[in-house]
Design a protein around this ligand. Structure first.
Ligand SMILES: *Cc1c(COP(=O)(O)O)cnc(C)c1O
Length: 226
């Protein structure tokens, strides 16, 4: 069942890439397993999926621990809002964090990342539609935060993540994603190497791929509705 859904999502990615004139290998699939049991992750892994995203730190860590036997084969991404008091447990358990939106959080992660683990892979979360109560930094602050985060030890800055509000149609959704892509290009032009644009969820992956996403974060279309 989960295997079939994964196949369908992979097919959507291929179709979207073909439409956009892109190589399907340039778009990674992150399976968002939040609210689903560790056994669902095990099933997805058996169907060939290796990268998983979690929103809630405690829930994610419980799942990482329940799947300790697969740890070396799985890549765990923290994609939810991150409070200061949760940074240590994230630094100790996850491989990636997509939701860095202030320097203090990045500094804590850098300080708390255990020396025996590889650098924590991080993305800055940017707010592309100005929603007042949304997390993420504004485009104007992105370059200076990227410079500061890129200089921290124990972290590797990989790119940007954004979660725009749903838009009425494909073109409008793609235009919101393109704002994130423009900031990504500006940061790269400033001399910082980035390779990850984390954009797109179940409802809008095609628009995200059209705008240049290199990592789509898909929950519902793989695991079902929450
Ligand atoms: C839940 C979530 C997703 C997955 O959303 P779906 O619509 O279920 O595919 C992706 N990214 C983030 C940050 C999420 O919180």
């Amino acid at each position: 069942m989960i295997g079939d859904k994964l196949q369908q999502v992979r097919a959507r990615i291929v179709t979207a890439c073909t439409a956009a004139g892109r190589d399907p290998a340039s778009v990674h699939l992150l399976a968002v397993s939040k609210t689903f049991a560790a056994e669902a992750v095990r099933e997805a892994h058996a169907a060939g999926q290796t990268a998983f995203g979690e929103n809630y730190v405690q829930e994610g860590v419980a799942k990482i621990e329940a799947l300790a036997d697969l740890r070396s084969q799985l890549e765990w991404h923290c994609i939810g809002p991150l409070q200061s008091n949760k940074t240590r447990v994230v630094a100790e358990h996850f491989d990636w964090v997509h939701s860095i939106d202030r320097l203090k959080i990045a500094e804590r992660l850098a300080e708390q990342r255990p020396a025996h683990l590889p650098p924590l892979q991080v993305c800055l979360q940017i707010n592309v539609d100005g929603g007042a109560n949304k997390s993420g930094i504004g485009a104007e602050e992105a370059i200076s935060l990227a410079q500061a985060v890129a200089a921290l030890p124990r972290l590797r800055l990989r790119g940007l993540m954004a979660i725009p509000e749903p838009a009425p149609d494909f073109a409008a959704q793609r235009d919101l994603f393109l704002r994130a892509a423009a900031v990504f290009d500006q940061i790269r032009a400033s001399g910082i190497e980035l390779d990850t644009l984390s954009l797109g969820m179940s409802a809008d992956l095609e628009a995200a791929v059209a705008a240049g996403s290199t990592m789509v974060r898909i929950g519902t279309a793989i695991f079902g509705s929450r």
